[in-house]
Structure formats: C-alpha cells, structure tokens
Design a binder for this molecule. Structure first.
Ligand code: ADP
Ligand code: MG
Ligand code: MG
Length: 904
C-alpha cells in the first residue's frame, strides 16, 4: 500500500486518534480524539509530520499523490460542513495550523480564514448578511498570510527593520486613530474593506508580490508555510533548548473555520480544566466576545473571566461567560469534565462560539507550576482519577525546587519591573537590605535584620556572610562560580553575573540603570528566574506544605535507588535528614577550615602544612586531632543509625597557606621561625597544576601521620558513640586514587588504628573502607581497586574534569560556545555525560562487581541531584546517589520516576 499522508477528522469517519501524535502532531491527534468523543469539532484533515520531511528535503514541492489525498480529504470536509471550498455561493474557509509531536507554544505558524478572495467574498456576505464580519476576516487573512506565507516562509529579511506584520499593524492603528476608534470592533465594514485594499498595495510595494486571489493558491501557500515554519529561527532555537530532534517535523492541520467574530453572539476563548498556577479544581479561563483566534492571548483587549469564581483584580469588572452565556458555559463545563475523565489530566483548551454554537478547537495536557502539579496530582489521586504511579510521574523533579524554598509571590511579581537580571544560581526568593561585605551581613543579621549580600564576586572568605544573608547577588561569575555552588548547596536564593551592576565598595553604593542604591536599601531577588527588584515584593512560603510530605511518602514507596546527602557539618546533616536523606554520601573533612569557627583549626592546619620536620608535623597533627574529631563525631551523631561516608583530606595543601602578612607573622611566631621562612616554605608548596598535584591520597602517601590522625578521629568517635548507646556507621573514603596500591598502603594504617582503638575502648568498630572513583585510570582498573575497596563513590566532578580534559574552574571561557554551537548538548558538570563519562562509570560498575559482587556503589558529584543523572545512575546499577541537602527530595522523586519508567 502506498504511504498515507492525510488523515480526516469530523463528525463521522475520523481516521486518527490521540495515540498517533508522532504522525499527526499533538494538535492533530487530539482534534481527532475529540471528534471521536463526539465533541463539536469543526471538520478538517491533518497532513502528517512524515510529509514535512519529504517536503523540506525534496525541493519544497507537493507531490501528485499528496495533491490527490488533500483533494479527497477536502471533499469530505465539504460534505461534513455543507459548504464548498472556493465556491462563490456557499464558500468554505479553512485554517492551516501547525502542530508538532511535542507542543512548541508560539514557535510555529497558523493562518486563519484561508479561501477568502474576490470570488468568495460576495457569496459569504450574502450568506451571512454581515459584511463587517467578512471584511474583518479578510483583513486578518491578509495580515497573517503576508507575514507567515509571503515573508517568513520565504526567509525574507524584514525590510526597513520591521516585518510586514508590524507595518500592517501600524497601518491599522493609524487608521483607528484617524477614525477615532478605540477598539478593532469599532471599525465598520467600509473601514475594513478600504484597509484591506491599502494592505494589499503595501504588500505589493514591499514584498514585490501580489497577495494571492486564488483559493487553492492560498491553501497550498498556507500548508507549505506551516511546514517551512518548522525550520524558522524561533522553532529551531526552541528545539535546541528543549532537546527536540530536527527530524520530527510538524504536521499541518487544515480545518474548517468557525467564527468568533460574527457579532455579539460569537466569542472565542482559552481555558484550563483546573487552575494552572495553583492547581485548584476550578474551571479557569478567559474569553472575548466578537473576536477571533489569538485576540485573547495577544493582549489587544483585556479578556473577560470565564466564570464568577475565578475573577481577579484586573478583570472583575468584566462579564463572565457563565453570566453572559449561561447555557453555553454549562455545555463547555460538561466538556471540561468529559475531557478530564478521558485524558485523566488537566487540559488546556481552545474554544470558539459562532452565533450561539460552541466549537472545540484544541485540547492538550496543560502546562503548570510546581505547586499546581503537586496539588493536582494529589487531588486526582484522591478523586481516584489516577493511580499512585501516575501521581508520582505527574510532578517534574525540577518543579520540586519551587516547593522547597520561599518564593516571590508570582501574582505580586507581575506588578513589578526588574531593575536588572543575572543568572538564576540559587532558587527561591529573598527580600532584604543591601550590605556590601560579609562582615556586615553577619553583623546586621545578628541584629535581627534581613540582608542581601551584594558582591562583585564571592570567595571562600565570604562564606559566613553568605550563610547569614537571605540572598546573594553578584556582578560577576557563572552558574558554577563559588557563590552559585555554595548557594545551591544551602538552597539559598542567589543571582550571579548580573553584569549591569556597578558596585562602589568604598562608598557602599550600588548603581544600576542610572539609579543608586545605598547600603540598607531593600532589594528583592527572584533566584529561580534571575530577576532583581527594587523594594520589597511579597513572598510566599511553600515549604511546610503537608501535601508535599504526603506526596513524598508515596514517592518513596516506588523508589529503589537510595538517596544520601553531601553534608559537611552536623547542622547540614540534620537539614538533609529532614528532607529524607538516608545517610551521608560525602562528608568533606576540610570543611572545618573554612567559615565560622575555623580560625583555630585553620591556624593549626597551617602549622602542620608549614612544618619542615616530621616531629614538628606530628605535634601539629596532634593539635589538630580534637577539632577533626569534634566535627566527625557530631555528624555521626546527627546521622545516627545511617551510613556516613567520610572523605580523607583532599585539597592541595598550598590552598591553605596564609597570604597576608599578619597571619604569616603570627604563624612564624608559633613555629619559632622567621616570616621569610614562612614565605619560603609556602613557595615550596606552590604547584603549577595543583588540581593534579599533591592532593588526595597522595598527601597520605607522603604524610602517613595525617591519614592516621583522621582515621583515629573517625574510629574513636564511632567507638565513643557506640558506648553512648548510639549506632554509628562510618565509611572511610580515600580520594583521588588511581591504583589499588594506594588503597593497600592506606589500609595498613586503618587496620593498625582500628586495633589500637579496639584495645583502648573495647569497641570493635564496624566500618567500611572504600574509595572515590574520579580518575579514568581507576575506572579501567576497577576490578583491582575493588579487591581492597568495599565501596566506590563516583566523584563525577573530577571524573568529568579528567575525562574531558576540561578544567572545571576554567570552563566559563569556552563551554558556552560548545553549547551554542551544539558540539555538546549539555554542561557535563551539571548533568552526567552519559555517552562518554557514562561508559567509564558503567565499566567501573561492571568490573568492580565482578571482583566483589556486594560492592556498594554511589555517586557524590554535583550531578547526583540532577534528574537525568539520577536516572542514569539507577540504570547503571548504583546503590545510591548523594546530593546537596536541598536537592534530596528532587533526587528521591527522580529515583522513583526512574524505577517506574524502567517497569514500563
Ligand atoms: P497555536 O498553536 O499557536 O495556538 P493554533 O493553530 O491553535 O495556533 O491557532 C491559533 C488561533 O486560531 C487559536 O486561537 C485557534 O483557536 C484559532 N483557530 C485555529 N483554527 C481555527 C478554526 N478552524 N476556526 C476558528 N479558529 C481557529
Ligand atoms: Mg492553539
Ligand atoms: Mg574530587
């Protein structure tokens, strides 16, 4: 059988259905489905997406086969509607509508009123007895057709810096001004008629072509233009962002026109079967009397509310459909229920009323906010409309972010204009007074004030102030800058790289957009969108939502993959536990050398680093021990009963060498050496490439006493806690390994200290010994590594860095180009590069388990909280993922969804 490209839909004989989205596009499939359900859908036909590829690849011409199929389908539409396309007495008009497999709102084109020309205009006027309507439809056709078919589809650069659409719109406005009309509806038939003639002349002048006066030339022009709009600039860039393949193509729906612009008993509108912002189970929408197509969304007139229950400040003075056309409203409301029952999801619908008769023009699953997604999933579960697995799939993991942080109230936000924007680095919203230094942030917060810390960029010394501030705003830095990483880790609202900010630290003023803001002035940040507002915008706290807790319980029932957290302090551990973390996947011992309370341990650490003999170093190490133990013990206690993976010291030591003179002098005194000695020793530690230098396990290889001290702190803490009746589960993790020999050497120290602790305390501490897998060589030799290692934890930040050969701290210079040139689809430091780095992971899993079948495997890189990476980890057979505390619920949901997808 020859390939079929055209599918009819109508009151009888509909050929497609909702399952055929790939061929018919979402719009076409759902039009067919609605027709099958017996809903009032104007008849039409869909030219399939497959033909889009044929058309675009083969010279943009229509084959005879297609022409025949279209003629046959058009005859069926004519029969169903009782009209004839191009007929002078009883003319049928059609729309040519785009529709891809996945909805690409506003990205492609639609032309209405196709078929109106000098041959059909008089007939339509006689038939409707409404010349005003006919000329209104005609001028709309001319405007849309010139724009979509004659200009955009021909790839013409807009002349005079503006497109033909804009030029015609301005002519319309100018005409209205001349006539003193406020609204389009005030224009008479004669006005519209003469406008149409002026339009056609302008088109000829600018586009050098006549507006076609033949109905079939119009129809083919419309169909071709919709296909071509698949390759329009907007559509292409949208596909890049959304990851929609170029090969899919769009379908074209040719559908009999119905008219909402025939007078006061005609109307058009859009509606959602439930509120898409809140999820509330109330029919929600907008409509306009005597209007067509996109008038409702175009914002030319303020649309009326659909019903009494959903009126708002802007539209409460306008009549609702419920009030003005009660019978039709009831009919529409019944269709709403029918569609929800049928699709079992919230529907976004388009309808038109032509002289008191209701028609359905589109339905699809409606887009929604995170709050609405959660509320609808839980409501529909209670209504028994959906089952638990469906409810779990209904909320996108990324949408949870919105539910976990206080946010700027979206309705209030609409009333404000941002003063500038930056990158949305830390989600949620924050309101506070401007401060310019970390110390002020701490100080003001201590006095009970809420502050926004504004910095050129942040560095580790600002950590205290960042912690204290409600929000962070920086002029420089990208999504992986220090400020961004720290803020995300804490779930703190943060905007980075707001390049328009001018900060004068000395005067404590900030200038942007020609206005100055002093210390103490109030700003509001929307960290989810990267917007900055002057003054206080109202906030909304969504985090203590009991429905979220209920939802997460259901999520956990459907999850197999474990979820742990990366936490460095007892406080973070507690937060993460509240979010449902089942242990710590990464505790970094070096944390105690940054931020609050770090002065003493940092001083001792520096002594250790700069000591030149083993004896000196041992003394410093002994001094450091109580600090290390305090943190470890506190964290093991906060995570009582759950595993805690403690990583041995990782960073290159020279990071901690003091740079300022005072600190150097103090240290010199403590070590009884000169400042010059300090400087010299510091210089000796300097490395050309510290990230690949003396760090990680290598520190312990050269300074075994440093490893010994840490292991003792871990095992001694566990022994003491056991005696106190607690249940600690420490896991000792060796970082940056590339050979099992490193693990063997370190294991000797661990065993010796274990025996010593046992002898001293009488407690035989149970623990696991394992390694981070973050060097490609370790993946290649994973079977050997697993001989000594009882667990692996993929450090995907370093694994990506070393696998790509991209320095993580320097990607800002080139990664944006890789992404915009489509060389890489995504930032591999945010989502695991499954194609490349993924192979290293899979190999290590497979080889590791070959050597040790019960090898525990997890991931502790930044990507552990990324939903796509979580799914990959599940498929690769990992036991758990670990991520920052605020991403724990997101990872739990992503893990449950991965399990459910795997079952299908
Ligand atoms: P989009 O995908 O951008 O929403 P549509 O194809 O849905 O584009 O059409 C744009 C507007 O025109 C919508 O408001 C739609 O309801 C209206 N429309 C499309 N086809 C018809 C038709 N046959 N009769 C009346 N209105 C139509
Ligand atoms: Mg639409
Ligand atoms: Mg690392």
């Amino acid at each position: 059988m020859a390939q079929k490209y055209v599918y009819f839909f109508g009151p009888s004989g509909t050929e497609g259905d909702a399952s055929m989205k790939n061929a018919l596009g979402g719009k076409g499939a759902n039009l067919a489905e609605m027709a099958r359900l017996g809903l009032p859908v104007p008849a039409g036909f869909t030219v399939s997406t497959e033909y889009c590829t044929v058309y675009l690849d083969e010279g943009r011409k229509f084959t005879d086969l297609l022409k025949r199929e279209v003629a046959e389908a058009m005859a069926k539409v004519e029969a169903a509607m009782g009209m004839k396309y191009g007929d002078p007495v009883n003319p049928l008009l059609v729309s040519c509508r785009s529709g891809a497999r996945r909805s690409m709102p506003g990205m492609m084109e639609t032309v209405l009123n196709v078929g109106l020309c000098s041959a059909t205009i008089p007939g339509l006027i006689r038939k409707t007895n409404n010349p005003r309507f006919v000329y209104d439809a005609y001028r709309r056709l001319i405007m849309m057709y010139a724009d979509v078919v004659m200009e955009k589809a021909e790839d013409l650069e807009p002349s005079q810096g503006k497109g033909i659409r804009k030029i015609l719109d301005e002519m319309l406005d100018e005409y209205k001004r001349r006539k003193g009309c406020k609204s389009d509806t005030d224009l008479t038939a004669d006005d519209l008629k003469s406008l149409a003639e002026e339009f056609k002349k302008t088109i000829k002048r600018i586009l050098k072509k006549d507006f076609p006066d033949d109905p079939w030339e119009q129809a083919w022009g419309g169909i071709g233009a919709v296909f071509k709009s698949w390759n329009g600039r907007r559509a292409v860039s949208y596909r890049r962002i959304e990851g929609i393949p170029d090969e899919w193509g769009t379908a074209v729906n040719v559908q009999a026109m119905v008219f909402g612009n025939m007078g006061d008993h005609s109307a058009t509108g859009v509606a959602f079967s439930r509120n898409p912002a809140t999820g509330e189970n109330k029919f929600y929408g907008e409509w306009l009397v005597n209007a067509q197509g996109e008038d409702v969304v175009a914002g030319i007139r303020t649309p009326n509310p659909l019903n009494e229950a959903t009126k708002n400040e802007q539209n409460k003075h306008l009549g609702s459909l419920e009030q003005q056309m009660p019978v039709l409203y009831k009919q529409l409301d019944a269709i709403r229920s029918k569609l929800e029952q049928h699709y079992q999801d919230m529907q976004d619908i388009e309808f038109t009323i032509q002289e008191g008769k209701l028609y359905m023009l589109q339905c699809r699953n409606g887009k929604r906010t995170g709050t609405a997604a959660l509320n609808m999933a839980m409501d529909m579960l209670q209504e028994k409309l959906i089952d638990q697995p469906t409810a779990v799939m209904r909320v996108e993991p990324a949408q949870l972010d919105e539910l976990l942080h206080p946010i700027v109230d979206p309705n209030e936000e609409k009333k404000h204009t941002p003063i500038t924007r930056g990158l949305p680095a830390g989600p949620g919203g924050a309101v506070g007074k401007i401060v310019f230094t970390s110390a002020d942030a701490v100080d003001w917060t201590g006095k009970g004030k809420k502050v926004i810390l504004v910095r050129e960029e942040t560095n580790p010394e600002d950590v205290e102030g960042m912690r204290a501030a409600k929000g962070i705003l920086t002029a420089r830095g990208g999504m992986t800058s220090h400020a961004a990483l720290v803020a995300r880790g804490w779930g703190k609202c943060c905007i980075v790289g707001a390049g328009e900010l001018r900060i004068d630290l000395a005067k404590k003023v900030l200038t942007v957009g020609g206005k100055a803001y002093q210390e103490g002035n109030v700003l509001t940040l929307n960290g989810t969108r990267g917007l900055v507002y002057a003054g206080a915008v109202k906030m909304m706290d969504a985090s203590e939502n009991p429905r979220l807790a209920e939802f997460m319980k259901i999520v956990d029932k459907h999850r197999k993959l474990g979820v742990r957290t990366n936490a460095d302090t007892p406080a973070d551990a507690r937060v993460a536990r509240n979010f449902g973390a089942e242990g710590i996947g990464l505790f970094r011992t070096e944390h105690m050398f940054y931020g609050e309370g770090s002065d003493e341990p940092l001083f001792v650490l520096r002594k250790m680093i700069l000591s030149s003999t083993e004896e000196e170093r041992r003394r410093a190490v002994d001094e450091l021990y109580p600090f290390v133990k305090r943190d470890i013990k506190g964290t093991l206690e906060a995570m009582d009963g759950l595993p805690v993976t403690i990583r041995l010291l990782d960073p290159p030591l020279h990071e901690f060498v003091p740079q300022n003179e005072d600190a150097q002098a103090e240290l010199a005194q403590a070590l009884s050496i000169t400042v010059a000695d300090i400087k010299r020793r510091g210089e000796q530690l300097h490395e050309t490439n510290p990230m690949m230098g003396h760090r990680g396990v290598r520190l312990g290889i050269t300074y075994p006493e440093v490893t010994e001290m840490q292991v003792r702190a871990i095992l001694q803490s566990a022994a003491e806690l056991t005696k106190e009746g607690k249940h600690p589960h420490p896991e000792i993790m060796v970082p940056v390994t590339c050979d099992v020999g490193e693990l063997d050497v370190t294991r000797v120290i661990v065993d010796r200290v274990h025996a010593e602790v046992k002898a001293a305390t009488g407690v035989d501490v149970q623990f696991l010994y394992g390694t981070m897998i973050e060097i490609p060589r370790a993946c290649l030799l994973a079977d050997k590594m697993a001989k000594t290692s009882q667990f692996f934890s993929f450090g995907t930040n370093d694994l990506t860095q070393m696998g790509f050969g991209f320095s993580r701290d320097d990607i800002a210079g080139f990664l944006p180009d890789y992404l915009s040139k489509n060389i890489l689809k995504a930032d591999p430091f945010q989502t695991i590069d499954q194609e490349g780095i993924g192979q290293l992971i899979e190999m290590a899993v497979q080889k590791g388990r070959q050597a040790r079948p019960d090898l525990k495997i997890g991931i502790c890189g930044e990507q552990g909280g990324d939903p796509a990476s979580v799914e990959f980890c599940y498929k690769s057979g990992l036991n758990y993922v670990s991520c920052s505390p605020f991403r724990v619920p997101i990872a739990r949901l992503a893990a449950a969804q991965a399990t459910l997808k795997g079952k299908k």
